[in-house]
Design a protein. Structure first.
Length: 545
């Protein structure tokens, strides 16, 4: 590990370019840890930026080729080579010296630009002059005359539209969030002034139902207010018993991130309501990198791997058993100190009271990583081995017993020929986590699992998801077709909106949302529409009618 200074990007390499003040060498490395709290060179007494490099870094040339950035040790910042003053430097009596192998071909002496003389002004007559002599360096006038106005183009410029923004669907109609009683008092708290401007609550492409309330106030105004409150209360008490947080006073100088609720109606494969679910989440978008979190990566399995395991289970007549970890993320231990505001509807004490998080919570940047680390530790203790080809699939092999475990965050499935081994593994799993035993796998990640043991086959269906999606986009009464795309149809950019009326019309069409929902469907269970979805996705920036 070496402490270096990041200086740029090397040409022809995939990595970063660093300078080592100790060895006076440039180093190319594809792995480094940056300390963004220190910026050497910005101040005379600025400390050197600390960068950890992999030992296998590649020096590019010898130190004699490059200028010395640090002469006085690590605490001395490099001198600035760019002059920001308008006053020209004083001429030096000594001739300038240059390195034997310069990096810059030559130093450019940029003269001071004086304003041009107007064409219609008289030109002074030329007078004879003696032998040419060295001219003195011109002095910059205190107030230079204004240059002539530049000619402006009369062509109308059409700036590109904000193609990266997704226009959200119109929210479901609810009663007003705040209502007044006869005395004029509102029964809901005022809006949070610390909320981030421009933050929109979005939904995953895999969710098609938009009838769920988006805020606690909306949930309390609906007809199912009692059920939503009971779900939120169960979530809050479960987190408190788990030791996820403690109520303390916010320390001076500390910053607390926001909190919120996410409500969702969990449904069965036939569309019937299974339960009302509320989840307390942290507004992780306000977390500061390097202070509130560092690493955030966590593996997840590929849909193709899941289909492969299910196909293998059907061919070999394996038992499939699913469990769902209740509040999975709060099982991960936090390595950083994070404070969170109290959630709406469960505020206790003064306004200075906050929740000090001891375990990860949904919404935090590092929650998925911390949960995966905890789950990996438990599975390794139980004798499982993680596959190198897919880091979210674990395998247990002991004698004649083989158990395959695909994991998708908190949804865990056990596939094995031995029913006894699966039951014993589930019981062992219950000792470490609070789970819901779902029994034989019939519904997995929104996909209905239908198996025919006589034919050794397993079929996957997302019928309910398709029905919800058609209702969401107003196509519940559409006619069926044999092909997902009109034969011979060729899409091109000429079909984009050509008039302001078409632009206004398409601004109200949730094209990008529909393509995302279809892409999730094609990835999971409907590869027959994959080509059509890929064609449609090429025109996400400017779709036309």
């Amino acid at each position: 590990m070496e402490k270096c200074v990041f200086i740029g990007y090397p040409a022809g390499y995939k990595g970063w370019l660093f300078f080592n003040p100790t060895t006076k060498k440039l180093i190319i490395s594809e792995r480094a840890e940056f300390d963004e709290r220190s910026f050497p060179g910005l101040a005379k007494s600025a400390p050197m930026q600390s960068v950890d490099l992999q030992p296998k870094s590649t020096p590019v040339q010898d130190s004699s080729t490059f200028p010395v950035l640090f002469d006085g040790g690590e605490d001395e910042a490099p001198a600035s080579t760019t002059s920001t003053s308008n006053t020209p430097p004083a001429p030096s009596s000594e001739p300038p010296t240059r390195p034997s192998t310069p990096i810059i071909k030559e130093e450019l002496d940029i003269p001071v630009q004086f304003p041009q003389t107007p064409a219609d002004s008289p030109t002074p007559p030329a007078s004879p002059s003696p032998a040419p002599a060295p001219l003195p360096r011109p002095r910059v006038p205190a107030v230079p005359p204004e240059p002539p106005g530049l000619r402006r183009s009369t062509r109308t410029k059409n700036h590109p539209g904000e193609w990266w923004k997704v226009k959200p669907l119109p929210p479901p109609v609810f009663e007003q969030d705040s209502s007044e009683d006869e005395n004029g008092d509102t029964n809901t708290p005022p809006p949070n002034p610390d909320a981030e401007a421009g933050f929109e609550e979005v939904q995953f492409a895999g969710t098609a139902n938009v009838a769920d309330p988006r805020t606690y106030a909306q949930a309390m105004k609906g007809s199912d207010a009692e059920k939503w409150h009971k779900a939120a209360e169960d979530e809050f008490l479960s987190l408190a018993r788990n030791g996820t947080f403690e109520l303390i006073d916010l320390p001076p100088g500390a910053k607390a991130i926001g909190s919120g609720w996410v409500f969702k109606i969990k449904r069965n494969a036939d569309g019937s309501v299974e339960r009302y679910k509320a989840r307390l989440v942290a507004k992780g978008f306000s977390q500061r990198p390097g202070i509130d979190y560092n690493e955030v990566f966590a593996p997840t399995f590929r849909p193709a791997a899941l289909r492969l395991i299910l196909a293998l289970a059907g061919i070999e007549d394996m038992e499939l058993h699913s469990v769902d970890v209740t509040s999975a993320f709060p099982n991960g231990d936090l390595e950083e100190v994070i404070y969170m505001k109290q959630p709406e509807g469960f505020v206790q004490g003064s306004s200075n009271k906050v929740l000090r998080l001891h375990k990860s919570l949904y919404g935090l940047k590092q929650s998925a990583r911390q949960w995966n680390k905890k789950l990996h530790t438990v599975l390794v203790k139980m004798g499982f081995t993680r596959l190198n080809s897919d880091r979210s699939i674990y395998l247990y092999v002991k004698g004649e017993v083989k158990i395959i475990v695909p994991i998708y965050i908190d949804d865990i499935t056990f596939a094995s020929k031995s029913t006894t081994a699966v039951d014993r593994t589930v019981e062992e799993f219950k000792r470490h986590f609070k789970i819901r035993d779902l029994g034989a796998t019939k519904f997995l990640l929104g996909v209905e699992v239908l198996r025919d043991r006589q034919k050794h086959s397993i079929s996957l269906s997302q019928r309910q998801y398709i029905v919800d999606m058609l209702e969401r986009y107003g196509m519940a009464d559409c006619n069926t077709v044999q092909t997902p795309m009109q034969p011979g149809l060729k899409l091109d950019k000429s079909m984009s909106p050509q008039s302001p009326e078409e632009v206004e019309y398409m601004s109200k069409v949730p094209y990008l949302n529909a393509v995302g929902s279809l892409q999730y469907l094609a990835t999971m269970t409907r590869p027959d529409i994959a080509y059509t979805v890929s064609c449609l996705a090429r025109f996400n920036s400017a779709p036309g009618p």
